[in-house]
Ligand binder design. Structure first.
Ligand code: 13P
Length: 265
């Protein structure tokens, strides 16, 4: 098995420009002071759209790469307010979140439109991060695995075994609530996701696909989550807005990979 560990910060609507640029600098400085293997650890910052222009023109240094939070299901044309995958890819965006529960719930994104978006992203040679996750009511009704399977099969409809994809399991009840899934709860869903990928794309492809956990990840609970063999990283909301917390989560990822504490250069 060889798959990357990915720590991604989804900034959502935040923060103001001055704070966002400082946050990028603090994260970049913090990373350059740490020792790790760039090929095994990827760090994504996924800010609001205007930052993309500023940062992608100026350039960001590896291991930081830039992602987008949203894309249109359309490529080009008269769709006011939307941003298309070809433009995002042209500007150097390396990953695009698709199907985040906030978009499914508040902006009427359906399983089908999520699948169309994922298809556009892979066609442009960019990695989609397909977000799946059940609501609390669905979990209480023992529907978690059915919901995940439905979201995966519709979301990955246009994907082939050669496409690079990332999947993020984000239980809706854990997002922004401070109530993370336990490592055991997350791990059993991650295992189910990997089995589903294996059925659809074959075992080798499934083994190479990073499956991230998202929902109230912080430096205190990251170790337990990342120690699970099928949890390959984190999609972080609130804690990605504080450089020390985000770097703390990255340290937990480095420690899990190394089997020992993160070290400074
Ligand atoms: P929180 O880490 O704030 O719970 O957000 C998770 C999330 O939605 C990341 O996409």
């Amino acid at each position: 098995m060889s798959r990357p560990t990915i720590i991604a910060g989804n900034w959502k609507l935040n923060p103001p420009r001055i704070d966002g640029n400082r946050l990028l600098e603090e994260v970049a400085e913090g990373l350059s002071a740490r020792e790790f293997w760039p090929e095994s650890l990827e760090v994504f910052l996924i800010p609001p759209l205007p930052y993309l222009g500023e940062w992608l023109v100026r350039g960001v240094s590896p291991p930081i790469a830039i992602g987008a939070q949203h894309c249109s299901p359309e490529g080009w044309g008269a769709f006011t307010g939307e941003v298309g995958v070809p433009v995002l890819a042209d500007f150097g965006v390396k990953m695009i979140l698709v199907g985040h529960s906030e978009r499914r719930q508040r902006y009427c994104e359906t399983d089908i439109s999520v699948g169309v978006r994922v298809g556009r992203v892979v066609a442009a040679g960019v990695r989609p991060c397909l977000c799946v996750g059940e609501t609390e009511a669905e979990r209480d009704a023992h529907e978690t695995f059915d919901v995940i399977e439905r979201q995966l099969s519709a979301g990955l409809e246009s994907v082939s075994a050669d496409d690079e994809i990332v999947v993020a399991y984000e239980p809706v009840w854990a997002i922004g609530t401070g109530r993370s899934a336990t490592p055991q709860q997350a791990a059993e869903v991650h295992r189910a996701i990997r089995s589903s990928l294996a059925r659809q794309f074959g075992v080798q492809r499934a083994d190479r696909t990073a499956i991230l956990y998202g929902g109230s990840v912080n430096p205190g609970n990251a170790s337990g989550l990342l120690a699970e063999p099928d949890i390959d990283g984190a999609l972080v909301g609130g804690s990605s807005l504080v450089a020390g917390d985000f770097l703390g989560i990255i340290d937990r990822a480095i420690e899990t990979r190394r089997g020992g504490p993160a070290v400074s250069k």
